[in-house]
Design a protein around this ligand. Sequence first.
Ligand code: ADP
Ligand code: MG
Length: 457
Amino acid sequence: MDEKEIWSKAKEELAQTVPTYKMWIEPLEAVSFDGNILTLITAHALAPQAIKSQHNTKILEALKHSAGQDISYNIIFDEEFAERYRREKKKELQKTKNTDNSDKMLDNLAQMQSSANLNLKYKFSNFVVGENNRFAHAAALAVAQSPAKKYNPLFIYGASGLGKTHLMQAIGHYIVFNKPKLKVKYIKTEEYYNEYIKNLQTGGNDKTNRMDKFRQKYRNVDVLLIDDIQFIESKTRTMEEIFHTFDSLHNNNKQIVITSDRLPKDIPTLPDRLRTRFEMGLMVDIMPPEFETRVAILKNLAQNANVKTDQDVLEYIAENFINNVRELEGAFNKVSAYADIEKSDLTLAFAKRVLNCESRKSEISIEDVAKSAGEYFGVTVNDFKSSARNQRVSSARHIAVYLSREITGRSFESIAEYFNKKHTTMLYSYDKIKNDLKVNKKLENTVSEIKRMINHV
Ligand code: ADP
Ligand code: MG
């Protein structure tokens, strides 16, 4: 079930059980469901607290019935949603005064946002900027402010869970909100593929018509956001279709934004003519966030969800979930949901109890990583620290450096100090493995095997 289904079913029950339903519950909008936690947004700044303190039990009950299992929920106050709400209310008022024009005036943002296929959770205002994403963020903002003028296409790449979809949709929201005349469309490549294939395979007299309609839907826009393009790998016909859509848009000076988990040149089956097109604008990457940015992201989450907690809790989570913002967020949602259900304060001890079993990254040192990597390759820690350059030691060292950074989250300076090398050498090793991993399955297995060894020391 997705968030909309769960919430609309739960609402039916809440309409019966909560007397102030119309005021508090009805205006909430469901924006995400991650298997455990439903996120709702409100246009009313006081609602998160008011609703949780008055209707918590009833909401949990209704959600349980609707989802068929115990799930938790967050209510987040959302500025943009509030603004939209105010505008709609105002329009409604005008509408009743001036019924003749009512239809013309119904160009409401809500409709535009949903026809653009955007999720209100992803906006610039809740995207935390750090060294890892500074450039990508600046480029995205520039594109949002002047679509089709600056970087076209904008190609955002980086590993999973680092904020590509978030940034891309933030561009969409910005444009819908600030340039309502422009038509925006967001599409996941996988959904685009499914839709295309479905149209292609269904027969009937109106097939040509249908294909035309499908094409128009994506060519008749001012801003097209294509998420996770790496999915088209080896889907030749879809590539062909995207190719023509790309050209049609680009030639008409329309903005295209693309995300991918890797660079175009690292999608081996991508034909040159598509690759060169993807590369002709600006390509920006997003890296895993540093410690400081992770703490800032958590702080932002806590604030938006109105969760009271201390700095040491946020730092504990940030130390333990280092690779991926999605997991970082998941850990935070988990502790806050547990605290909520158990009616406990979110203290460090509480967070440790809830999360401890999942991770002990902060306790692992660079030395632990180096030892396990050394053991795997039959190389000693002293070899790593020496200036030995033979193939076996160097390639083992690259991996040890990469894992040191990934697993301990320590700075490149500390890692350089341990390996007795220059800071830039460490950066080189890290990037090398990071990039190789995107195309080298065997390397991926090696890295997972060493990770397993480290976790079982
Ligand atoms: P990707 O598309 O790269 O796999 P997402 O955009 O889906 O990643 O991000 C995963 C989760 O992390 C989302 O909930 C997103 O809101 C959050 N997130 C990622 N980066 C940031 C950031 N810099 N600030 C705030 N939230 C972030
Ligand atoms: Mg994504």
